[in-house]
Design a protein around this ligand. Structure first.
Ligand code: PGA
Length: 242
């Protein structure tokens, strides 16, 4: 299974959600699931459109309880979500999410029957210092001891490519995905799809999709508009089936 997912971050409105679904031109391809990770308040409304998957961008590491401001995994299921992002670099960077919480978040999603999209990636400093492999392997250690490979996708998102307009080259993506695939060997996750994220656009989608280890995309800015998201989905599915 491949996946093309959007991440609306802290953008959008009820109106944007309606407009988005109205303007979408996606014909679901059986090999490639699509979905959008919305801000929490829009998940329920998006799920009533019954098109693609609806996801959240985060989830509480805790279950039900006195945790003011938290949204737990069963609430996401209740609001029609099928997946949630975990460990997006913006959450690691601005909200100091520790690895111990990321494990709990993935476990919570799995218990609620949801797919976790586990995001990893290096900063430019780490890449320039030759630490790419080490960083990815360290971040993947979060998966040690977890199971449920059918409910986990990995997203490789180099921090320097996110929101910068400077996507990884197809070769950079293939190399990093190969490191990830090798690191997952021998674990229950050795076959999971590895999505690429970071400045994916209609113009670079086909070239990235041509790489064998690119099993989908996680798209930020270009997922806010139905036409660019639909076009990326089309480019991806056409490339993979050609
Ligand atoms: P971008 O964001 O496509 O705007 O670079 C990707 C992401 O953060 O998931």
């Amino acid at each position: 299974m491949f996946a093309v997912l959007g991440n609306w971050k802290s953008f959008g409105s009820n109106r944007c959600v309606d407009d988005f679904y109205q303007a979408l031109t996606i014909h679901q391809h059986k090999s490639t699931q699509w979905g959008i990770a919305f801000p929490y308040p829009y998940c329920q409304a998006a799920s009533t459109k019954r098109q693609g998957w609806v996801g959240a961008q985060n989830v509480s590491a805790f279950g039900e309880g006195a945790y003011t401001g938290e949204i737990h995994a069963a609430m996401l299921t209740d609001c029609g979500c099928q997946f949630a992002l975990v460990g997006h670099s913006e959450r690691r960077q601005y909200f100091n999410e520790p690895s111990s919480q990321l494990v709990d978040k993935i476990n919570a999603l799995h218990e609620a029957g949801l797919t976790a999209v586990y995001c990893i990636g290096e900063t430019l400093e780490q890449r320039d210092a030759g630490q790419l492999m080490q960083v990815l392997q360290d971040q993947l250690r979060v998966l040690d001891g977890l199971s449920n490979p059918e409910q986990l996708w990995v997203a490789y998102e180099p921090v320097w490519a996110i929101g910068t307009g400077r996507a990884a080259t197809p070769q950079d993506a293939q190399d990093a995905h190969t490191i990830i695939r090798n690191a997952l060997k021998g674990s229950p996750f050795h076959h999971v799809p590895i999505l690429y994220g970071g400045s994916v656009k209609p113009e670079n989608a086909a070239a990235l999709a041509r790489e064998t280890e690119v099993g989908g995309f996680l798209i930020g800015g270009a997922s806010l508009k139905a036409d660019s998201f639909s076009e990326i989905y089309l480019q991806f599915t056409q490339t993979k089936s050609s």
